[in-house]
Design a protein around this ligand. Structure first.
Ligand code: CU
Length: 509
């Protein structure tokens, strides 16, 4: 992770502070407009221009939450002692998938039982595999002792089925979510979304993956044998008590809870045994707040083939990839050039060993990956659309806000017509401490990144996305279309930011 925290000086602080108090004395309407030129008509058509008045004291208070983020807790190196756990693969039976949230005990550390949450098991969840065009019913059940919801991150589904904070399931309750899979091959995921308890429930283990397959994905020649040459990798950092338990409330950080212990698919000190062949790794940053920059310790390159919501048009050769919370990427690593005794691992930017690989050189194959994977494009029409929704992400810790407002379940912030594309402009407004990256997520849709600070996004972001990393001072334009109706959340995917109010609601009619 590149540190995007700016050097802070009193001078910078006072300039920003000055800028902010100046805006308070105005109607606030011009404050968010300084980075675009719009006609009066566009201004009238624009949503999201309200601006709150943040007091000087509130601004000053934000400094506290900040300090912890300038020095994230380092992660442990994986010793590779334990073979990586592979989540069970779950496919619809007669169109039905049963998913139960439950509590249990899990042996994460040898000889110790940790109290955990999971779906259909004690810790984490299965990989649910569905096909485009298939009608499925997710039969959800809450066997926890507290309310929860089942949110399908990245799935294009009605607002009612989306599992946001409105769709609470009380302990013991069940609910059927029936929908038709109406999107292409992709690696999506699911997790709870109850107001005020999302971060803790995810932390304790509620997260699973959803694979969508389609006709195209089966023809591309990508490695697709689950658990053989196609692996899910869910990265989560945690802090354990001395008794090797989770105590979320004790370690909760208002700007995102970061841990010193890495779990991949729930496995501590994992290693992954793979063949001497091309292998597909489906990476999910399932952490509450930590960003990861993944690379190979050898410095060798790999190919990225998919973003959050589908394939890139062609494989992109990369030497590293950063994923912020909620984001996914599929990469292909070619292990055919390494021998069994080769020391190769996935590491992060600080060269912390995240996942060492053990190469079984008896297992080989030669796979040619198609050079043409998808036909994604931002059209000229989309590029020329005016901005009709403006969002300003601002603040730290308990003071995070979108357009100066904090989440209110009884307030609809925006409306949009079903099937109509609008351009959302999201600005991450820095504060006097610099600010931090906000991974911005919209429910119920896959969007296109039109531009980042006015420029075309890098090649590996030219694909379907549902979560976009926005750095301080950056402005990102998205082409957003909802294919279904209902109320959807949009929010920062640092789970504590979401919980602290960096979330809003859009009603699609
Ligand atoms: Cu955030």
């Amino acid at each position: 992770m590149k540190s995007k925290l700016f050097v802070t000086t009193l001078l910078v602080g006072s300039v920003i502070l000055g800028g902010c108090s100046a805006s308070n004395s105005q109607s606030g309407k011009h404050e968010t407009m300084d980075h675009s030129n719009m006609t009066d008509e566009e201004t009238t058509n624009m949503e999201g221009m309200d601006h709150s008045n943040m007091s000087h004291d509130e601004m000053m208070n934000m400094e506290n939450g900040h300090a912890s983020h300038t020095n994230p807790l380092p992660l442990n190196d994986s010793t590779g002692d334990n073979e990586l756990a592979l989540p069970p693969l779950l496919e619809p039976k007669h169109g039905v998938v049963d998913i139960t949230a439950q509590q249990g005990k899990t042996e994460i550390f040898e000889g110790v039982e940790t109290e955990t949450y999971g779906y259909n098991g004690s810790f984490l969840g299965p990989v649910i595999r569905v096909n485009e065009g298939q009608t499925v019913t997710f039969r959800t059940k809450n066997n926890l002792a507290e309310p929860t919801t089942f949110h399908w991150h990245g799935v294009e589904i009605s607002g009612e089925g989306d599992g946001g904070p409105h769709q609470i399931l009380q302990p013991g309750a069940s609910h059927d979510v029936k929908f038709t899979v109406n999107q292409g091959a992709s690696t999506l995921w699911f997790h709870p979304h109850p107001e005020g308890a999302t971060a803790e429930q995810v932390y304790k283990g509620l997260a699973g993956l959803i694979y969508v397959e389609d006709e195209n994905s089966k023809k591309l020649g990508l490695p697709s044998k689950y658990g053989e040459n196609d692996f899910p990798l869910v990265f989560q950092d945690r802090v354990f008590t001395e008794e090797k338990q989770f105590d979320y409330q004790a370690v909760r950080n208002e700007d995102g809870t970061i841990g010193d212990t890495l779990l991949v698919n729930g496995t501590f000190n994992p290693k992954l045994t793979i063949g001497k062949e091309k292998v597909r790794l489906r990476l999910l940053n399932g952490s509450n707040a930590r960003n990861y920059t993944f690379k190979l310790n050898t410095g060798d390159k790999f190919q990225q083939v998919a973003t959050d919501g589908g394939f890139l048009n062609k494989p992109i050769t990369m030497s590293e990839i950063t994923l912020t919370p909620g984001e996914r990427a599929e990469i292909i690593v070619d292990f055919s050039k390494y021998d069994a005794d080769h020391n190769i691992a996935l590491v992060n930017e600080e060269n912390t060993i995240l996942l060492p690989f053990h190469i079984d050189d008896q297992k080989t194959s030669s796979i040619e990956i198609s050079d043409s994977l998808n036909d994604f494009a931002v059209t000229d029409e989309e590029r020329n659309l005016p901005v009709t929704k403006k969002l300003e992400l601002f603040g730290m810790g308990p003071m995070v806000s979108i357009n100066g407002k904090q989440f209110d379940m009884n307030r609809i912030d925006f409306t949009q017509k079903q099937g109509e594309t609008e351009i959302w402009e999201i600005y991450n407004k820095p504060d006097m401490m610099g600010g931090m990256i906000h991974p911005f997520h919209i429910h119920g849709t896959q969007f296109k990144i039109v531009s980042i600070d006015g420029k075309e996004p890098p090649a590996n972001l030219q694909g379907w996305k549902d979560t976009v990393s926005i750095e301080p001072s950056q402005t990102v334009k998205l082409a957003v279309k909802f294919n279904n109706k209902g109320i959807y959340m949009f929010h920062c995917h640092v789970l504590e930011h979401e919980e602290n109010g960096m979330m809003g609601q859009i009603e699609v009619k």
